[in-house]
Structures are given as structure tokens and as C-alpha cells.
Design a protein around this ligand. Structure first.
Ligand code: FAD
Length: 412
């Protein structure tokens, strides 16, 4: 029997799990198998600072010394290809078989591939990895017309950067508003106004039907559902992701929009856990299976799992929070706001900032802000207090979340 902890995936969650295990006192072997070549790095800057600065070293979580000192065996440039649950072994793409005491699946997601004619043409790109970002950065430098398919966080971040660099930019969003899956309508409206004012041509309810050939095997434009043709010499497809869960599924584990885990982040096999973007876990009082794509979720789940693997199990119940930088604006979200039945709005584009308080059945479930970091931080504290925060209490505070947080803290 080995006490080796084997981690599949060397992204945000896999790296954090390995680092936390050492911090938490685990003394056994840690092996991290990572598909991407090189040291683990953070993805958020890929659609932000990296496109401008191109400084790959600044993306690294830690340098090579860290892995050596902490006896973390990073095996990069290879994948875990199968799991034998009975033998407690995995096979690796280089042909080896490795045993494990505990296996952590931290395999993340991959970009959704749209079944569009022309999707394989040159200059049709996706953005997930550092390698993708390097290609995108180089192409942006010589392109003049960018079409972004998908008006979510990543597509809009790139759109803002490309527009600031002087490109003509069109964003095609299939639904009726931007970032519709993750933010409330007032936030969508705010960013629609911002991007439009910056000169980005934002098309809502716009379905891409085909990517057009420029006659030389490269993208020449995008055809919409109504037949309109939007010219382009570069197309970024940013239309969501799918979890990398096939490995778990092939091993007979339950998979439904990700690898299903319980509130201890364990699968139905006590020797196999899943964390980060690839994991579907029970969220909130209703225990609804939820899969999140964020740094906070990857880091906090990795830390929580590490605690369990060293003998201190804790339920995973951390507050989700997110951010997105679009042009000069910082969007921050505390809590999951999709289920809100009431919004209270402070500020707007004229004031250059916005706070949207999201309620369900009279209780605050989340706060979305643009350029109001104080509200975001206060919301994160308020939403982790045991007692629910009511609409009446927020109104009575004059919508001052920081004051309310201080008053609650003083009351104990
Ligand atoms: P990943 O970081 O995706 O790591 C998974 C790794 O596993 C990958 O390297 C993958 O190649 C590897 N892998 C897959 N299968 C195997 C296998 N069988 N064997 C071995 N390795 C395997 N989040 C935010 O909170 N804020 C942001 O502003 C933000 N911006 C983003 C911008 C971009 C461009 C992208 C792509 C993501 C952004 N995110 C942001 C999301 C955030 O980066 C992810 O939520 C986070 O990286 C998830 O960590 P993870 O470890 O679960 O997955």
C-alpha cells in the first residue's frame, strides 16, 4: 500500500493542492501529472495583462526550486490516461503505471468547440492556455478586424484589450444580454454601454452560423443566423467550456456536468476526490450540485481537500467570488446571484460605478459591483456571517454594506 497522493492536473487547483498538502504537514510522496509542458501558471492574466505585457514568468505560481524543496514531483507534458480503481493505479501517456493511496482529479475544463462550418480555418482561435494566449497575442498585433464569438467574461476582456489597441471589434452574443449566465441585467447593461462607448460593435441575440473562408484558408468573416456577414481577419471563439471528466467517467465514477463529489469533495470512491473547474459539488442550503469556474473555487477546494487528506475533514462551504477586468473597469461578484428575485441598484454609468445587491426571498444572496471594491469586500464578510442579511437591514443602513458589516461585527 502506498501513501502517495497523485494529482491529475497541474492548474490552479492541482498546484494549490500539492502546495497545501506540504503546508498541512503531509510527509508522503506527492506526484502531479500535468498535461501542459512547463511550470504551473495562473490563467486569469491570459485575457488581461498578458495580452499587453507578454511576461510569461509573471504567470508562474512558483519557480522550479519550490517544487524541489517541497518534494513535489511535477511530471509535466503528460496526461493520466486511465484509472484502475481496483488496483489503485493510473496509467500515464508515457506508458507507465503509477500506484496511489489517494487520487485527486484536478483536470479543469476545455473550451467548448462550436459545430460551425469554418471552425478549423486559420486565424480562428480559442483561449484557455498560455500557448493559446501566445498565439492570440501575436495575431492581434497584425490583425485589424476581430470578431469575438461569445459575450462572456473572457471574450469581453479580450474585446476591450483589442479595441484599446486600435482593432475594429465585433462581439457576437447569442443571448439577449452580455454575461447573462453569471451577472444580473443591470451589470450586463452597464458593460454593454461601456463596450459600445469604447467603439466595440456588440450584437445581442446574434448567432454565429458559419465562419467564412477568406479564399486562402483563413477566417474572412462570420455569417450570422440572419445571413448578415461580419468581416474579420481574426476570430476568437469564447463560447464556454466543458469539464474534463472523461477520465472519471471511464473509471465508472458518476459524472454530470463535471465529476460529482460530496461536501467533503470525495467521489463515491473514497480514494478519489475532485476539485476545481472539473468538480460538481453540493452548494448552499439546498445542496444543489454546482460547478464553478473560478480561481477562488479552485484554491479553496484544494485547501479544503488537503485538510481532509491530512486527517482534518471539513465540509466545503466557502463563499464563491469572482472578478473580471474589462478595459479600466473591475467587475467583482460575491456570492451566486443567478437565483435572485429582487435587485437594488446603486450608481450607474454616469457615476462611473455600480453596486447591485441581489436578494432572494428578502435575503441578500450576492453583491455585484463595478469599481466599488469596498462594497465587494464588505459583501464577502457579510455573506459569510451565520445570520442572513435582510433587505430591511441593508435599507436601514442606507445601503452602506461596510457600515452594516461593522455594526453586525460589533453586535457579535
Ligand atoms: P485548470 O487551471 O484549467 O487546470 C487543469 C489542468 O489539468 C490543465 O493544465 C489541463 O491541461 C490538465 N489536464 C486535463 N486533463 C488532464 C489529464 N488527464 N492528465 C493530466 N492533466 C490534465 N477565474 C477567475 O476567478 N477570475 C478571472 O479573472 C479569470 N480569468 C480567466 C481567464 C482565462 C483566459 C481563463 C482560461 C480562465 C480564467 N479564469 C478566471 C478561470 C480560472 O483560471 C479557472 O477557474 C482555474 O484555472 C481552474 O483551475 P483548475 O485547476 O480547476 O483547472
Amino acid at each position: 500500500m502506498t501513501d502517495r497522493i497523485l494529482i491529475a492536473g497541474s492548474g490552479q487547483a492541482g498546484f494549490q493542492c500539492a502546495a497545501s498538502l506540504r503546508q498541512d504537514g503531509f510527509d508522503g510522496e506527492i506526484v502531479v501529472i500535468g498535461e501542459e509542458a512547463g511550470l504551473p501558471y495562473q490563467r486569469p492574466p491570459l485575457s488581461k495583462a498578458y495580452l499587453k505585457e507578454a511576461n510569461a514568468d509573471r504567470l508562474l505560481f512558483r519557480n522550479a526550486d519550490f517544487f524541489e524543496k517541497n518534494r513535489i514531483d511535477l511530471e509535466d507534458g503528460r496526461t493520466v490516461t486511465s484509472i484502475d480503481r481496483a488496483d489503485r493505479t493510473v496509467t500515464i501517456s508515457d506508458g507507465r503505471t503509477i500506484g496511489f493511496g489517494q487520487l485527486v482529479l484536478a483536470t479543469g475544463t476545455r473550451n467548448r468547440r462550436l459545430p460551425l462550418p469554418g471552425i478549423d480555418l486559420g486565424n480562428v482561435l480559442g483561449l484557455r492556455s498560455l500557448a493559446d494566449a501566445e498565439i492570440l497575442r501575436a495575431k492581434l498585433a497584425s490583425a485589424s478586424r476581430l470578431v469575438v464569438v461569445g459575450g462572456g467574461f473572457i471574450g469581453l476582456e479580450v474585446a476591450a484589450t483589442a479595441r484599446a489597441a486600435g482593432l475594429d471589434v465585433t462581439v457576437l452574443e447569442a443571448t439577449a444580454r452580455l454575461m447573462s449566465r453569471v451577472v444580473s441585467p443591470p451589470i450586463s447593461d452597464y458593460f454593454l454601454a461601456f463596450h459600445t462607448a469604447s467603439g466595440v460593435d456588440v450584437r445581442l441575440n446574434a448567432l454565429a452560423r458559419a465562419i467564412l473562408d477568406d479564399g486562402a484558408g483563413k477566417a474572412g468573416g462570420v455569417e450570422l443566423g440572419d445571413g448578415e456577414r461580419v468581416p474579420a481577419d481574426l476570430v476568437l471563439v469564447s463560447a464556454g467550456v466543458v469539464p474534463n471528466a472523461e477520465l472519471a467517467e471511464a473509471a465508472g465514477l458518476y459524472v454530470h456536468d463535471g465529476v460529482r463529489v460530496d461536501d467533503l469533495l470525495a467521489t463515491e470512491d473514497p480514494a478519489i476526490s475532485a476539485i476545481g473547474d472539473c468538480a460538481s459539488f453540493p452548494f448552499g442550503q439546498d445542496g444543489l450540485q454546482t460547478r464553478l469556474e473560478s480561481v477562488q473555487n479552485a484554491v479553496d477546494q484544494a485547501k479544503c481537500l488537503s485538510r481532509r487528506l491530512v486527517g482534518h475533514p471539513e465540509r466545503y462551504d466557502k463563499l464563491p467570488w469572482f472578478w473580471s477586468d474589462q478595459g479600466p473597469h473591475k467587475l467583482q461578484i460575491a456570492g451566486l446571484t443567478a437565483g435572485a428575485d429582487h435587485h437594488e441598484i446603486r450608481g450607474g454609468l454616469d457615476e462611473g460605478k455600480l453596486s447591485v445587491h441581489c436578494y432572494r426571498r428578502g435575503e441578500l444572496i450576492g453583491v455585484e459591483t463595478v469599481d466599488v471594491p469596498g462594497d465587494h469586500m464588505a459583501a464577502r464578510r457579510l455573506l459569510t456571517q451565520p445570520a442572513p442579511v435582510t433587505l430591511e437591514a441593508v435599507r436601514a443602513s442606507g445601503y452602506d454594506l461596510a457600515a452594516l458589516m461593522k455594526a453586525n461585527a460589533a453586535r457579535g
